[in-house]
Design a protein around this ligand. Sequence first.
Ligand SMILES: [Zn+2]
Length: 312
Amino acid sequence: MEKGVLSAGFNLSELISFVMHCNPRDLPKDTDGNVDFPSRVSKRFGPDQLQKFRPIDDGTSNGLNYELILMLEIIAPISAEYPARVASAIYQRFSHPPDGSQQRSMPEITVATDDVDMAYKRAPVSGYEIIAYFNPHVKCIATGNMGDVVWHVSFGLPFGYVSSVSSWCRVPALMAMVARRKFACLCDSYIDDWCIVDFADAESSSQDTLHVLHTAFKLPLAACRQPYCANCNKHPLPPSVQQRANPAKCKRRRHAAFADFLGFVIDFSFVTSTGCVIIKPKTERCARILSELDDCAEALQLSPSLAKKNIR
Ligand SMILES: [Zn+2]
């Protein structure tokens, strides 16, 4: 609610007035006197993702994933190899100039990452999603007892629907095209994670360009831009006592020779001298995979989803 992606909590009458723009008693009713309010219900569940609770709408059990699935893949998300492919193209260009001119040494390049703040929930959609939950601390108007259903309207894409992925991915795909063609920004995204390659001499101009584009699209990046933030500044100011106590959430990583991207460490340290980029899985990722494989060995079972996730 604080970020404007969710309405205030309503009771049922308030909800109907909000979404139908009319008084509930004026709504069309069926022969049994029930309000004719077409909708499809989905369950919501929330797995624990590294101590973070993420509500997910079950688009499979209510059939919407089946109905909305696309028969062709519009956008192919990139992999952790993207920065290496960009580095390779730059290396080739300097080693073998297309105009036949003399070979030149490759300038130092860097890699940065950014994350879109609440990407799905901010994605522009033509409709809306209604969320309902039982709150034991709300007084029910009808009965006078404690406990009632509270309703919210969400204006963004539901998390958990296949169609949300397809719909969202069109947005960064468009932004990447604009950033590359109009601003020579070497960037691409995996869902809501951006990877940006740039020349070290350019400092952070491409990352700043992407930030401006996101601001213009009204889809802010999860970068705090505070002067004391080491993620957002090459030379951060010392934080005050108050700022130390209340660190802002910031997912930005500045241009550097190293970056974490999609569970891998991308290392550009040797690219100018050897043309090689080192890609290695993060230590935490290795530990998690080994732990999950230990569990499989104990259960004598490896599920298809776990195999797909870890063995690729
Ligand atoms: Zn920051």
